[in-house]
Design a protein around this ligand. Sequence first.
Ligand SMILES: Cc1cc2nc3c(=O)[nH]c(=O)nc-3n(C[C@H](O)[C@H](O)[C@H](O)COP(=O)(O)OP(=O)(O)OC[C@H]3O[C@@H](n4cnc5c(N)ncnc54)[C@H](O)[C@@H]3O)c2cc1C
Ligand code: FES
Ligand code: FES
Length: 1365
Amino acid sequence: MSSVNAEDDVCDNNVCTELVFYVNGKKVTEPQPDPDWTLLWYLRKKLRLTGSKLGCSEGGCGACTVMVSKYNRKENKIIHLAVNACLAPVCSMHGLAVTTVEGIGSTKEKLHPVQERIAKAHGSQCGFCTPGIVMSMYTLLRSRQNIKYSDLEVAFQGNLCRCTGYRAIIEGYKTFTEDWELQRITNGTLNNSCTTNDNRFGTCAMGKDCCRNKTGTNEDESETQHIFDRSSFVPYHSSQEPIFPPELKLFDVYDNQYLIFKGKQSTWYRPTKLSTILALKEKNNDAKIVVGNTEVGVEVKFKHCVYPIIIMPNCIPDMNEITEKETGFTIGASVTLVEMENVFKKYINKLPQHKARTLVTIIDMLNWFAGKQIRNVASIGGNIMTGSPISDLNPILMSLKVKLNLLSKQGFRSVLMDETFFTGYRKTVVKPDEILLSIEIPYSEKYQYVQAYKQAKRREDDISIVTAAINVIFEDNTNIIKNITIAFGGMAPMTKIASQTSQSLIGEKWTEGILEKAYSYMLEELPLSPSAPGGNVQFRRTLTMSLFLKAFIAIAQQISNDYLHEDIIKPYHSSGADQFHGNMPKSSQYFDLVGDKQVKSDAVGRPIQHMSAFKQATGEAIYCDDMPVAENELYLAFVLSKKAHAKLISIDPSKALKEPGVVAFFSAKDITSHQNTIGPIFHDEELFASEKVISQGQTIGVVVAQDQASAQAAARKVNVEYEEIQPIIVTIEDAIKHNSFYPQYPKKMIKGDVEAIFQDKSNIIIEGQCRMGGQEHFYFETNAAFANPKKEDDELEIFCSSQHPSEIAKLAAHVLNIPINRIVARVKRLGGGFGGKESRGMLVALPVVLAAHRLNRPVRCMLDRDEDMQMTGTRHPFLIKYKVAATKEGKLMGAKVHIYNNAGYSIDLSGAVVERAMFHFSNAYYIPNVEVVGHVCRTNLPSNTAFRGFGGPQGMFGAENMIRDVACRLGKNVEELSRLNLYQDNLSTHFGQTLTHCTLQRCWDECIEKSDLATRKTNIEQFNKQHRWRKRGVSLVPTMFGIAFTEKLLNQAGALVLIYVDGSVLLSHGGTEMGQGLHTKMIQVASRTLGIDVSKIYISETATDKVPNTSATAASSGSDLNGMAVLQACETLVERLQPYKEKNPNGKWEQWVSAAYVDRVSLFATGFHATPDLGYNWKTNSGRAFNYYTYGVACSEVEIDCLSGDHQVRRTDIVMDLGTSLNPAIDIGQIEGAFIQGYGLFTLEELIYSPTGTLYSRGPGAYKIPGFGDIPQEFNVSLLKGAPNPRAVYSSKAVGEPPLFLASTVYFAIKEAIRAARADAGMPLDFYLESPATSARIRMACEDNITKKLNIPDPDSFVPWNVVP
Ligand SMILES: Cc1cc2nc3c(=O)[nH]c(=O)nc-3n(C[C@H](O)[C@H](O)[C@H](O)COP(=O)(O)OP(=O)(O)OC[C@H]3O[C@@H](n4cnc5c(N)ncnc54)[C@H](O)[C@@H]3O)c2cc1C
Ligand code: FES
Ligand code: FES
């Protein structure tokens, strides 16, 4: 690459080499900006504004969202845009104003209402996503007046949250909408209590159960559906917002500068004239044009592309204008998608309806294109020129054969975007010295119809699987096809026009008769090899025909309405044209209020907000990587295995060590094999692979350097030579075939006489199997650690994002070969854990500790998202094979079950996970005779680990499949059969635990009643009769989750309570705060026990020098175990203070404390709790496995689109027994969060592995967790009343894991809906559906005349692109 010489640099005479922009109202001048720096990096590392978070680096999570404001001189107005700071190059900020979460409010001064409301509404749990969500909301508020709910929906398309389940965020932010404000003003009050019996806030989701419809009784007064107090919200006034920097408004100096920023690897040019850009391009054909950087940024970060010359054309008028012409629009190539959308929207209102059809189609598609943050910066030219085969706009533009205007120093030319434009994968006819200048999009004609459909895994913010665009022109006033172009994305290495199909239809009438012809041409013209990249081959092929059918129906309806005035489509088929769209979700939360009798200072039972919520909402909450840089600090980067099973021939770090800034390389050679052998229970894995690798993503070595970029670049230069070993075992089936199991297994549980039951001829016997996929934790904060050696006696402090600091300290001591007493592991908070940071955090913390100890310098590392996903394992995929016996009445009599989980390369916690699946395989159903066997498969995958539910949900999934199989065989109603088999008090489980205080049947009956199941079932039947292509289903599922670690020794906890002379209390306990509100609950427990207000109690962190030998914060037992320890410590102190209280009964807490101190009474105490009576014995299948059970029941209704496989959850009702809740707001947040996480597990989230063990799903782009748009349209949660739990602190119950399985209601409701579709198509009603029920699986299970057209290739005749692990 030749570089641009100095003369060219100054061909534009207003050159500037200094970056100037504003951050939170302050001017920032950067004399030497580097084009490699992202805005996020600059904010966090250079300006130390750590409020904006790094969740993914690929624009897929929204954690980094900031507001970028600019002055639009043409329109004389300020424009505010939400932008992903992780993709925005800081160089692109010249002359702009950036606002971060720190810039809008703080706890020290004043919270912004956007920050206050998300916190008070309980919309922040771990808080890692919160700053990004706050900034999306803030930008919306600044950009628009009179906000509608639909605006919120759009604003949050690019934000994800893994904890809350979104409902709480939506509720908090609904209060900014026009409707809510109007109600507030009309009523002249903010008090929104439902109990006041007015009707200001619309209809309550509880229907007749709404407290407004009840009168007088005490019971009614103690209930509320309002979980936060809107009346305390500070009103929002836009007038109080900070002003836009006057300099940027008054002067255009920054807009007109020709910028040249020279960095280490690249030079950034921002010319202001077209001629300059062409000159640059002529001299440097490889120069990269960058507009939104949403494509290039991802290439640079993840494919490590280096572009020495970058040209940003955003200040070149010809490329940034939209001009209206008689025939349509000329859109400058750099026009952003949002600018285009805004202009098109204006014109849609002005133009005659037929002229605007193309614009409407483009706008409809844009709604499904990425998230708002991406659309705000991404350009239309960038989308075309990327040439992605799964682009969403290109199929539409190609179906229209739009004109593209190209320009180079050699001149101007126009090309059509037709079948000749894309010449290969990401290749076009545009020459290297040419740029795309503009795109001409014509108006549609009177008889022209343009329809497009996109099917992705997730509806919002997802790249497409297949996009179809159909552009048809009819002969005047007829349904005879004059011309038609059908284009597809996702069916070839480039966007493809189905020319022959299109050609074959010309002259035909737009009637059902054309369908078969179109299908047969499509099948010929759009083949896909069974090994095609992207997988989902049958689904994609089916989609071409199904999406065409959707378009056919939609266009037929339109021409019928517009001019034909005869029905082409039967009403029964009309639903085929529809797409799902969001509506404002409704919700209710029912829980007991504490009542007036409880003293005010006693916080137990009150829905108080998470103690850190305000700090999380302002960006002040500190996570591991937010900690200030220490003097001499180094950064660590990983060298990971690229083979799943191979001998390590050589590891050569010499090139890496020569790189500037590199300090050291560590590998297995640097420690003894004993030190190198680690693991949470069994030490069966290596910290650094020594002789062979047994999975991709395994650590081979680490490079330590002065900063992250140098360390990561050097790590890529470590040369590793492998010799592959066979077999590579990826799936459970592979493991069974190769007999690859962990030696401690199988384990067996036997109860009763199973054989006799299966021989009893009066029973029915069913055999079956079910499979559940794994699940990536996708905690928002990736694993991070920071170790600081104390330079004396091997002392070392580790700050880490671990759920298990004691284990980190223990393993660190093992790796360093020093006593544990030299190491303090500290955890302030985690940005989510969900089990993923219970044991696997060691993979990051231990190398960091080793490097810090050896180099005697502080060392830090926070994994990139793709590293985290490749290294740390997931929820275990499960296969369950069962044989079940039942009476003719449907009573379950016996079950023989084999459970397999895919453990990966080390056993980690996989044994305990399969054991929990064994304990829970019968879910909430009593089965008197049982033989259950658990197998742990050893595979060449990353080691799978704990994940919320810990095998429980997978076991329960087996039970729900069994009960449905029985119901199906007997032709009985599933709900009746389930009810018949539910556990009750005094029944004994298959592991010999007799149940007491069993509230299952109460939860069941209450859920049936609250969900109005009977009426809704009738409605569903009616709906299904009327709609061929949309079907609804409903399902009810119970959960019965055993509370305790199944390993007895782990059921212990400690606490340390310090009272200072001023009366303030510092509380420490063994649990970590990862968003679940544990610290808040512990403060509530202490508040009741000590009899003081929560404001006097503080928890700073979890540290191994305060409470030693703790168990992981896991198994839902954090509050149970630590709560009892806190209670005990506080009781000790209360006892010591009692004499002073008695002496001065009217005194205050501070006075009693002071008196005790003067009297030389100890004001600190420890507490310790070991759960009594626990201990299951595997040999005798007896003893108490669980302390108690958390029960719940959910009912969900879904609607599926039988043609695309898409679905929507219409309503979910949950009733849960949480005893006497310590904090109903936190508990309901846990229920909703677990449900939505479970919803992801059962419907959306798919781990994609190659047959050789390469993980393809390494970030939010390929791995889809639920978004805002996925939550049930109606979501009602009730806590069961009057069910105190005698076995946990203040009668409460554990909540973290139990509700997750309730999301399987969605899966089973989908199955019901598919069954209805199959009935219509005359297909057998018994069918197999693996979990997750993805759009692909739903569509393919809705077998019909389209799916039947495809041949199923012989599985032995090809190697698939991906396999299901
Ligand atoms: C989170 C995320 C979600 C996404 N979702 C979608 C989606 O749903 N659908 C979809 O289709 N795409 C999606 N994309 C892809 C991407 O956002 C789009 O392709 C976008 O339009 C690219 O525009 P840009 O301005 O950011 O391109 P850039 O990254 O700036 O540039 C992209 C390419 O175009 C070239 N280029 C740009 N302008 C010109 C020009 N005038 N002349 C010549 N070459 C030029 C560049 O050199 C570069 O090669 C997504 C990307 C991300 C990160
Ligand atoms: S970190 Fe920027 S979107 Fe995820
Ligand atoms: S609170 Fe949203 S990711 Fe944790």
